[in-house]
Design a protein around this ligand. Structure first.
Ligand code: GLN
Length: 543
């Protein structure tokens, strides 16, 4: 029997609802339960795929090719459970389904309404594809009180009635602000938020209070009394240094016990937190440090590179070093001399990106890394830019460029118009819709035996990684580039799409067309990040 945990947030956004969900998932897992996490997003986009990273942060891609909210990345990093399309839904997608049904005549002439049709669609989504998991943790995006989240809250309220008693538990995350002038923590915003939630018909079973200072017992009592929650179901969430301390911190405050108690589960299974203790121990006791420059376009908003940042931390965990990341706006390299500021770093990473702005700066950064023997890691766009740089400066194709930026004589990177998937051939053209039409999700790549990449993947012959791009390195230039020193060491199984390049003459110069950062976990660092940081450690000993 699958049980449901609904997680809502109040007072302000950015309280860490996603982390709370992910950490609770990890704690239940540590007690031996099977979990799956879901996100219900109230905005009207069908998915975040077409949103600017400045709007929404990173777009997290699943194996089955869904473009989803970045919280799904937290869920995977904390539980290791691969998320799927069926784990993220938005108002846009719900309405798309409801309206398609209406057009088909499925409502048999009825008036289509928010209640019950939209709420039914939300409930159907929440209950679907649960498999044999013990707990579904469903996080509701937004903050209680938002107009757009109302249908979602109504749907989860109904589920509490539809399902047998004891199958749904509601957690509400709020803020208890500290007023420096008064020298006091204030519980009123929490009281109001719960009042709002109860007005919608949802009585929280567990209250999680985010606070900068420990809650005095009196305040806990007051919150419990005014919010109609038992005192031992009020859990504090104090700030911690690293997100990987969150599961341990919540466990100490009794979160998992409170949730199980709310379900009436008394005989708690033993908990094994060894995995998290090891991670925290390694993070707190590094044996050295490395400086990595990430040369990108959205460096003003680090949420745009969420998984990437975490994967670099994981690479540090694997090597017992602290990874200092310098976020650098690539456009600054568009004047020659500025590239020199990269001189002191131990590794250069050019991440995924779109559009021509700053692309020449990324090409300059790749060239600098190549010439100075600094470890270089190019991810997706970062691989494309590195290949353009090598084409221009090693193979002598001066006008080499990507057709993403306009017509070009030597399209080293070109629009992908046809490719193979497990379901058959996919085709695209210039003027297709932008939403959901990239090469998305997991694809296999064949690795060249004895290459550096095969070595990094432990001698594997074939790997599977997640993609999100419209353009590809043009295989027509393979011979010319290989002659110039760029080895195509990973290809799509049919040999038509270059997936990985490396420069054997260089200590560590690798470009990958996929996004390895999406699959890295603190307890299972991705081999490419572990190897890149290892190379950076070696580099740091040289300078
Ligand atoms: N803009 C490039 C493309 O569409 C790279 C995309 C990316 O880095 N994710 O192919």
């Amino acid at each position: 029997m699958t049980r449901f945990i609904f997680i809502t947030g109040g007072v302000v956004s950015s309280l860490g609802k996603g982390l709370l969900s992910a950490a609770l998932g990890a704690l239940l897992q540590a007690r031996g339960y099977k979990v799956r996490l879901r996100k219900l997003d109230p905005y009207l986009n069908v998915d975040p795929g077409t949103m600017s990273p400045y709007q929404h942060g990173e777009v997290y891609v699943t194996d089955d090719g869904a473009e989803t909210d970045l919280d799904l990345g937290h869920y995977e990093r904390f539980t290791g459970v691969p998320s799927r399309q069926s784990d993220n839904v938005t108002t846009g997608r719900i309405y798309q389904e409801v309206l398609a049904k209406e057009r088909r005549g499925d409502y048999l002439g009825g008036t289509v309404q928010v209640i019950p049709h939209v709420t039914d669609a939300i409930k159907e989504f929440t209950l679907a594809k649960t498999g044999d998991v013990d707990f579904i943790l469903a996080e509701i995006g937004g903050t209680v009180g938002d107009i757009e989240s109302l249908p979602f809250l109504e749907a989860i309220r109904q589920l509490g009635q539809d399902l047998d008693p004891g199958r749904c538990v509601y957690i509400h995350l709020t803020l208890v602000p500290y007023l420096a002038a008064a020298g006091e923590l204030k519980t009123k915003p929490t009281q109001h938020s719960v009042k709002e939630l109860r007005g919608i018909g949802i009585q929280p079973d567990v209250l999680v209070c985010r606070t900068e200072h420990r809650l005095p017992e009196n305040d806990t009592k007051k919150i419990a009394l005014f919010c109609n929650v038992r005192e031992n179901q009020v859990i504090q969430a104090l700030d911690v240094e690293s997100i990987y301390q969150v599961p341990l911190a919540y466990h100490e405050e009794g979160l998992d016990t409170a949730v199980l108690r709310a379900f009436g589960i008394e005989h708690e299974a033993e908990i094994d937190l060894g995995r998290w203790e090891t991670i925290v121990e390694r993070l707190q006791n590094p044996e050295g440090e490395v400086n990595i420059a990430v040369v990108g376009k959205y460096t003003g908003l680090l949420d745009a590179y969420k998984s990437l940042k975490e994967a670099l931390v994981h690479g540090g965990i694997a090597n017992r070093v602290k990874v200092n990341i310098e976020w650098i706006e690539s456009a600054i390299f568009e004047s020659e001399d500025r590239v020199e500021i990269l001189e002191h770093v131990d590794g250069i990473l050019v991440p995924g990106g779109f559009g021509s702005r700053g692309s020449e700066g990324k090409i300059a950064a790749a060239g600098f890394a190549r010439e100075r023997n600094i470890p270089y890691f190019g991810i997706c766009f970062g691989m494309q830019m590195a290949v353009i740089e090598a084409a221009r400066n090693l193979a002598g194709l001066e006008d080499a460029n990507s057709s993403e930026f306009g017509p070009v004589d030597n399209p080293i990177v070109g629009l992908l118009t046809e490719w193979q998937t497990a379901k058959g051939t996919e085709t695209r053209s210039e003027d297709d819709d932008k939403g959901g039409t990239m090469r998305l999700g997991a694809y296999p790549a064949k690795l060249l035996a004895n290459s550096q990449i095969a070595n990094i993947y432990g001698g594997a012959k074939e790997i599977s990684e997640r993609h999100r791009h419209r353009y590809e390195v043009n295989v027509a230039y393979r011979k010319e580039l290989e002659k110039a020193g760029v080895l195509f060491s990973g290809m799509s199984p049919d040999g038509s799409l270059p997936e990985i390049i490396e420069i054997p003459e260089h200590p560590w110069f690798i470009g990958v067309q996929f996004h390895p950062e999406l699959k890295s976990k603190p307890f299972d660092p991705h081999p490419l990040f572990a190897s890149f940081i290892e190379a950076a450690v070696k580099q740091s000993r040289l300078v």
